[in-house]
Design a protein around this ligand. Structure first.
Ligand code: CA
Length: 218
């Protein structure tokens, strides 16, 4: 399933590519609107993530033309303008949803999944490893059949770990996936949340791999 990213900021475009690829999507990206419009006509493109602040052709104009070209193609707008009036204007102009910068990848991914839900296979809405089951739509976690309460951040961290069960994930990868590209909190936030998850999911389910990161034990 291919996602088209139209974003001119190289750091954010790379962040989105890494995140979507890690979540199993194919990514096409371009820094400019006219190329984005051309790419959006490819049959394999199932969703567009569109930055509004684009050089040359503004994102609003890209959105309007996209709507004329492929009326049913879901478009999620990235916007730095954090005012309700702008958001409403974007939705009126044909965006299906919007995410305000700065955002975490898990927040955007949840919106993307919601938009792609109709075409999703049931299996892709549930993740399962080592007795832990995550229902990605209901955002509900169970451990050996028992429901556990996770905050949205804990759930996002659990999702990344379980999706890559058996693989070592570095602290930087986890920060990128769960907290976002511009997170400026303390570097021990990953340790703190891993500790929370160990308490809730079972201490031996998340292994510390010295000098490398963390691994969910399947
Ligand atoms: Ca921009």
């Amino acid at each position: 399933m291919t996602i088209l990213v139209v974003e001119d900021e190289p750091g954010i475009a790379a962040f989105l590519r890494r995140g979507f690829e890690a979540a199993g999507y194919t990514v096409l990206d371009t820094p400019d609107g006219p190329t984005g419009l051309a790419l959006a006509q490819r049959d394999d493109v199932r969703l567009v993530v569109l930055d509004l602040g684009l050089p040359g052709l503004p994102g609003e104009e890209v959105l309007a033309r996209l709507r004329a070209l492929r009326p049913s193609l879901p478009v999620i707008v990235l916007t730095a303008k954090d005012s309700v009036a702008d958001k409403v204007a974007n939705l009126d102009a044909g965006a299906d949803d919007y995410v305000v910068k700065p955002f975490s990848f898990s927040e955007l991914l949840a919106r993307v999944r919601a938009r792609l839900r109709a075409g999703d296979q049931p299996s892709s809405t549930r993740l399962q490893a080592g007795g832990v089951v995550l229902d990605l739509l209901a955002r509900r976690a169970t451990v050996d059949g028992r429901t556990v309460d996770l905050s949205s951040r804990e759930f996002a961290l659990a999702e990344v770990l379980v999706r890559h069960a058996g693989q070592v994930l570095s602290k930087a990868q986890l920060l990128d996936q769960v907290w976002g590209y511009d997170f400026e909190g303390g570097s021990n936030v990953v340790e703190v949340y891993v500790r929370h998850l160990r308490r809730k999911l079972g201490a031996d389910r998340i292994e510390t791999v010295r000098g490398a990161g963390y691994r969910f034990v399947p």
